[in-house]
Structures are given as structure tokens and as C-alpha cells.
Design a protein around this ligand. Sequence first.
Ligand code: GLC
Length: 473
Amino acid sequence: MLMLANYVNNSNSETKNMFERKMKIRVTGLVLLLISHCFAVMSQQMSDAERKSMEKGTLYPNLKGAGQGVSGPGSNLPPEKMQWWEDQKFGMFIHWGLYAIPATGEWTMFNQKIPAEEYAKLADQFNPKHFSAAEWARVAKEAGMKYMVMVSRHHDGFALWNSPSSYRHFNSWETAAHRDFVKEYTDACRKAGLHVGIYYSPLDWRFPGYFDPKGLPDNAALLKKQTYGQVEELMKNYGKIDILWYDGGWLAHKGSDADAAWFWEPLKLNAMVRSYNPDVVINPRSGMVGDFQTDEGGADVKGPIIPFPWEKCLNLNATSWGYNKAQQLMPLKQIVVMLVNTVDRGGNMLLNVGPDPDGVIPPMHVERLKEVGKWLAKNGEGIYHTRPGPFQPVDGFYGSTHNGNKIYLHILKMPDSVTTIKLPPTNQTIISCKLLNGKKVELYQDKTGVRLNMTGVHLDSLVTTLVLKTKEN
Ligand code: GLC
């Protein structure tokens, strides 16, 4: 009995020791993992140039209204040709290229000072077996997105299509993959009923002339020739393109895209673009005033309604636009709130994914997007095809959109101990208020404004939509 008790005790203490040892190993492992994760994120801190490139695409705090850059007769679309774009509200941005292989972001070549010849070797490994543009389009649709913008060529110079103008044949057609991904993408996008957007970077780090256009004019001229040639290929060979999204018109990573207009001659460039695609919506980064303005990065969207077309572009994985081992996935609520805040201020939101070297969007990104799609499936009526207002947004509390005789009020969060929403006076008569697809909400309107009694109203854990019907005129 004693022996048995001893044995039990011994084995108990052995199990305990073993358990403690295992725990120690696990805790140490976890700490190491955490340290290495922080290290991975830290070691991928942006270079100054990368950070600046992001900051120059920022609308806040001073809203740059008309936009910077040159313009001329017919260079920009009239407001009526922008309506379809303003109806879309939500799109998918895709950064994918050779930089997916090192998995440290699309600025890897520049940040790690990799010589062009060395970097070019990545093309021998770039041969995605599971790339499926149809799958990308499926994911976008399931997320409730209405358009896509695919990076056809980033600052590293590697073109994802059969590009005869590509300097030194640096493209996916003449290297290991031997595929025209732009063709596959544009076909899939259209087939899925999504609007087709193409991102193209005039900047190409392989040209020393980019960094010194005045000192090395011949080399800079080669770069410009490539840009004109490639933009023409993209506009001519892939059917109707709905959006052309330039990035990196600035020179030597200095000044603004508009400052570099003397070099690129964007009016000439975009006149050529419009000769193939007269109604293409062009962003502001070629040095020409854009058809819309951009607000880049994950900073919150605040303040009043923005009275011109604009787009918030941001990244689902905050670490970088291109595929990255270090993941900082945006929380679901933050995405929905960002989308609502953008739409309530008149913008579209272009949310980026970075597929892996095989062309696969990381499953946790797909999952997250699916959740956004679920919210949109219920609340889309107050998002798509709407226009902002009539009520100016109140940061952190509510914002509104409207369409026909309906006003959609988005409640982000009810302030503590508030049970009545007091909206400012409006000259429209509001005849009813209810939760979108739900119960009636008590309403009272007079000269001082509109009051909604929120007692007992069940709020959505993400963002709640109320519908206020107005009297038809
Ligand atoms: C920045 C970066 C670039 C990214 C882009 C997305 O300008 O240079 O890496 O493609 O923003 O908007």
C-alpha cells in the first residue's frame, strides 16, 4: 500500500516535474516566438522613402480638394462619368509579384539594397501553380467588393504580363511562369461582373536615371519609354479598363507626383490612355490631377463629408502591401467601421490583399473578408449606390447616407448612458424609422431636429443601420 502510495506520489511528482518542464519549454518557446515576431516586424520597418511614399497620398488633415497636378481640356472625366465609380464603394487591391517570395513586403528590393541583377533571379522561382484569378474574383465578391485593382507592375519593375516594352524582358511571360497574369486577371474580373482596375508604377528602381533624371537623361529617357510602352500595352490589349491606378510618379523619391509632371508629361501619357479607354477613371499619381483623390493607409477616417470623389486605400495586413510573413491582420470591426466612415464621407474603400508566392490569398485574409461580406449582405442597402449625408457625421457616434427617399443612419457606438439620438434639423419630413430589416424605432421631428428613441433597440456588434423614410416630393 505504502509502496503504491509512494509510487503514486513519485509518479505524481514526476508527472508534475515533466509538466513543469514542458510548460517551461512552451513558455520559453512562446516568448521566443513573440520576440522573433516583434523582431520580424521591427526589422521590416519602412525605409524613409517608403514611409514618405505612403504619407504623400494622404488627404488628412488638410483636404486637398481639386488635387495637385496638371490638367487640360478633356484630361479629366466630367462628374456624370464618375457616378458609376462613386456607386461601387468597396474594392479589392492586390499587391502580388516577385516580392511575395522573400515575403518581406513590396519594398524589399529597395529597402534591402538588392542589386537589380540579383533581384531579377527571383523570376526563375516565380512559377505559381495555384494562381487563379477566378478565385481572387470569387473572394472579392464574397466580401461584397465591386471592383478590383491589380498591381500589374510595382516599383521593382517586374511586369505580370506579356510585355514587349519591358526593359530587359523582365516580365512573367519571358521568365519561369510563362504566363500573362494581367490577361487571366482581366478576363476573370469581367466574367465575375467586377469592374477592372489596373495599378501601374511609372517608377522603376532598376533605372539609375529615375534617381537622377537631370544628371542621367539618357537612362531616364529609357525609363520613360518603358512607361509609355507598357501603359499602352495595358490599355490596348486587355479590353475595356475601368480604372487606371498609377503609383510613384515622383522622381528620386522626392517631392510630389505633381512636381514630376515636367518629366512624365502626364497629359500626353493620359491622352494616349484615353484614346483606347475614353472613360477610364484615372487616379492622381501620374502628375495629372486625378479623377478622384486618394487617402492612403490605415489612419482613421474622421471629420465632415468630403465634397469630391475620393478613395481610402489601405491594407488588410498592416505590415506591408505585398505578402509578408509578419502578419498584423486588421480586426473585423475596424474594417467595417473604416468602410462605413469612408462611405458616410463620400468615399470608396480599396482594401488590399497580398497573395503568397503561389498566388494564393492567405486563408485568414479570406476568412476575414468573408466576415465583412456577411455584414454587407445585411447592410449593403445603406452602402452601395448611396451618397453621403444629409446629416454630417459625428466622429465615433454616427454618420449617414441616402438614396431616393431613404436615409441610412449608421450607428458606430451609442455614447454611454445616451438613449436618444438627436439629429440636426432637416427640411425633409421623416415619416418612419426602423432598423434595416428590423423593428420600428420611435421617432419625433420638429424644428429643432429629429429624435430617435433607442431604448430597447438591439444594436449590431459591428455597425447598426437605421432606415429613415422621407416624404416623397
Ligand atoms: C505606396 C507604396 C506602395 C504601395 C502603394 C499603395 O505609394 O509606395 O508600395 O503600392 O502605396 O497605395
